[in-house]
Every structure is written in structure tokens, then in C-alpha cells.
Design a protein around this ligand. Structure first.
Ligand SMILES: [Zn+2]
Length: 438
């Protein structure tokens, strides 16, 4: 009697294990038949899951979950008022459910792990019913602060706290607008980061970096505040200094794939004339024919030949500054054209008054003065002004309030702990009067 029972059990387990393995994500879209195990007539609904991939448009993404163009059109019309399809991005998830006659009966679309837009075919009316499923979440503040130890970097320290890579990148990129970590980070530099974490149960489903500060002997003191524009999806939503300067480090990249400074900015003896002269740029080592990239997006304002600079290109950027590239063997862009950040604009050469192939890279401030291009940290976007600036100041005072609350509660915890137990060794004392006051 035991034997057939065992067999049934093994059979059932095999089916369950089989079903579970269907749930494992496959590299491409996954196809999992949904069926009820025990009821006799099997429901032959087919669920197809997909993700928006790089370079895919909406129709291509829908096609990847077997939704044909005629259906796609209806769906898009149905969801038009609810979903911003123009903001389609890599990783957005789509799920389509088809019945046994291959009719689409349910479609869901989510751009984050919290909200899912769902349309279901209503069998009675034959129309689509829309619903938005939102997970219950709450925003919680979290304060991270510390000091750089010998040999550590801010990036390493933040990763060690278990923060998600994208959040670490956001913090570092904001500070990079102001701090040259490679040159000026020192042991003992202090940082403080205020996050707002969106939680569903114990999972973090979203993070906002509300405040970041960094201070050091070489780096100076820098603070950045998150500003959220009233208009949803606005490009004004970003990090700013207290005075309203945007900190968007989409800014400066390097003009060559490798950065090796052969001759730096400032006074020097000219390699050809032998006279003392101001070198208004840096000479970067580069082999003849190597690609030269635009350091930031902008408009080509110079593309010409000059007997000193040789083949020369100048690009004006958003903040009114101009980058210059001299001695090129080839120029790939003409005056008036727009270039993207990192677009190839020419090739390294030895044209003009030079001793050998290299790239002379120069930079002019918006006021027309030359500056050391290696000190240029970012291309500034316009400051916030008017109502937006007023809103920024309100948001800054809210962030500061949250910070103060967290610090008071930490101080209280410390005091309470010390009243109860003298010298608890696991508690590290922090002198709050030494921390930079906000
Ligand atoms: Zn030069």
C-alpha cells in the first residue's frame, strides 16, 4: 500500500519542481504555461513575460511579448492617459496573458517595483478594464556618515554599507561636480549622506539621495541638496548647491581614451621657439590618428586651420564655456553642427607649430578667459531661479530638519544607553559639536 502513495508523492513533487523551474528567469523573455494542478479541465492560459531591451521602441517591446501591432495600437490607446509610454526605459517589465484561443486577456506594465498598470479584458462588455496596483510603501530617512580611512575611498565605504550601486554612483557623481577625488581626497575627510528609502515590508524599492556633504583639508566643504520639481519627470529634478547651482556631472569627459599629460598648463619654455610663454592648455600624449572626443555636448564654433594651432576645433558648451582641440590630423565636424558628449570630432595629429603628434586641449571660461582644462569639473546648467529657487529653499530646510531630527534621536539614544550602562564598549562615542553644523 505504501508504494503507490510514495509514487504519487514523487510524481507530485516532480510536477511542483518542474513548475518552479519554469519560474526561473531565462535570458530572453520567459514563457510559462499557467495551469491548475488539480482541477480536471486544464486552463490553457499562456503568460509571456518580457523586459524592454536597449534600443527597443514600444511596438518592439510589445512584440517581444507576442502582442501584434493591431493589438498594440488598441492597448496603447487604452493606457494612453495612465502610462507615460514616452518614458519607456530599459528594464521596464511587461506581462501578457493569452487565453486558449490566443486572445490577449490581460496585460500589465511596470516601470518600477511599486506600481503596475494592468488592463484586463472584460468578458461581459468586451472592453478593457484598467487598474493600477500600488504596493503599500513608506519613505524612511537614513543617515550615513563617516570618515575616510587610510587607503579607502568614498565609493568603497558606501559600497561596504550595502548601498545599491546606482545610489553610490549618484552620490559620487554629484560630489564629483565639486570634488576632484583623485587629487584631493585625504584620510580623515568626512562625509554625510541623507537618504530617503522607500520600503515595501523590509525591501527597499526606491532611494532618494536628499543630501550629501563632503569636507576635507584639500577638498574643502561641499554640500548638495536634492530638489524635486513640481512637474513630474522634469529635468529640473536634480541636486543643487544651496545657492541653486545645478550639480549634474554629465559634464566633462576626457578628449582621449587615455589621459597622459605631456605638458601642463601655465608658464613654460616653448618647445619650438625656446621662449618663455604662457601655455594656455595641456598637451596630451596621443598617437597620430587616435580618436579625439568632445568633452561635453555643445555647438561647434570653430573648425579651421591655423599655422600655429594647425587643424583646430572649438566647441561651445551649455554654460558658455568653450573647449579647444589643436594640431589635429583630421577634423570631423564643421562650424554650426551640434555634438554629443564623447562624440568623435577628429584625430590626433601634428599640424601647426609642433615638435610631434599630440593633442593640445584648451578651455575658455564663459567670460572668455583661458583656464586649466583639468580644473574644469562640470558644465554648469543654469541656476534655479524664481519660484523654482523658492521651492528649492523650502526643500532644503525640510532636508535640514530631517537631518537635525536624526541627529537628535542618535544623541538621545547615546545618552540613554550611557545612563543605563556605564561604558558600553560597543558604542562608539561621537562628538557632535565637531561635526559640520548644517
Ligand atoms: Zn599645447
Amino acid at each position: 500500500m505504501l508504494y503507490p502513495t510514495m509514487m504519487k508523492f514523487i510524481l507530485l513533487m516532480t510536477i511542483i519542481v518542474g513548475l518552479y523551474s519554469c519560474d526561473k528567469p531565462r535570458s530572453e523573455e520567459q514563457v510559462a504555461p499557467v495551469m491548475t494542478l488539480l482541477s480536471a479541465p486544464r486552463v490553457e492560459n499562456t503568460v509571456i513575460k518580457g523586459e524592454v531591451k536597449r534600443g527597443q521602441g514600444l511596438y518592439q517591446a510589445l512584440k517581444s511579448v507576442s502582442i501584434v501591432n493591431s493589438q498594440a495600437l488598441k492597448l496603447i490607446n487604452e493606457l494612453r492617459d495612465e502610462v507615460e509610454f514616452s518614458k519607456l526605459k530599459v528594464g521596464d517589465r511587461l506581462v501578457a496573458t493569452f487565453n486558449e484561443s490566443k486572445q490577449l486577456i490581460n496585460f500589465s506594465f511596470s516601470q518600477n517595483s511599486v506600481e503596475t498598470h494592468v488592463v484586463t479584458l472584460n468578458k461581459k462588455t468586451g472592453k478593457w478594464d484598467y487598474s493600477l496596483n500600488v504596493l503599500e510603501t513608506s519613505w524612511r530617512p537614513r543617515l550615513l556618515e563617516g570618515k575616510l580611512r587610510s587607503g579607502s575611498t568614498l565609493e568603497d565605504d558606501l559600497i561596504a554599507t550595502g548601498l545599491e550601486r546606482s545610489v553610490v554612483n549618484e552620490v559620487v557623481n554629484v560630489l564629483l561636480c565639486k570634488v576632484n577625488f583623485r587629487m584631493n581626497a585625504r584620510e580623515g575627510d568626512r562625509y554625510k549622506i541623507l537618504l530617503s528609502e522607500r520600503k515595501h515590508k523590509d525591501n527597499i524599492v526606491g532611494t532618494k539621495v536628499l543630501f550629501t556633504s563632503y569636507s576635507g583639508t584639500r577638498a574643502g566643504k561641499h554640500e548638495a541638496f536634492y530638489y524635486e520639481d513640481e512637474e513630474k519627470g522634469s529635468t529640473y529634478t536634480a541636486h543643487y548647491t544651496e545657492s541653486g547651482q545645478a550639480l549634474i556631472s554629465s559634464g566633462l569627459r576626457y578628449p582621449l581614451s587615455r589621459l597622459h599629460v605631456r605638458s601642463s598648463y601655465g608658464w613654460r619654455r616653448h618647445p619650438v621657439t625656446g621662449k618663455r610663454a604662457m601655455h594656455r592648455g595641456v598637451d596630451l600624449r596621443g598617437r597620430h590618428g587616435a580618436k579625439v572626443h568632445a568633452v561635453a555636448a555643445g555647438k561647434v564654433v570653430i573648425s579651421t586651420f591655423n599655422k600655429f594651432a594647425g587643424n583646430k576645433i572649438g566647441i561651445r558648451h551649455k554654460d558658455g564655456s568653450t573647449s579647444f582641440y589643436y594640431h589635429l590630423s583630421r577634423r570631423g565636424v564643421s562650424v554650426g553642427s551640434w555634438v554629443r558628449s564623447h562624440q568623435v570630432i577628429g584625430r590626433v595629429g601634428a599640424t601647426g607649430r609642433v615638435t610631434g603628434a599630440h593633442l593640445h586641449f584648451g578651455f575658455k571660461k564663459p567670460n572668455g578667459r583661458w583656464m586649466n582644462p583639468l580644473n574644469k569639473r562640470m558644465i554648469a546648467t543654469p541656476r534655479l531661479s524664481g519660484q523654482r529657487y523658492i521651492n528649492l529653499t523650502h526643500q532644503i530646510s525640510m532636508h535640514k530638519g530631517t537631518l537635525a531630527d536624526l541627529e537628535i534621536s542618535k544623541e538621545t539614544k547615546y545618552l540613554v544607553a550611557n545612563l543605563q550602562h556605564f561604558e558600553r564598549p560597543e558604542l562608539t562615542y561621537k562628538d557632535f559639536s565637531l561635526l559640520p553644523r548644517l
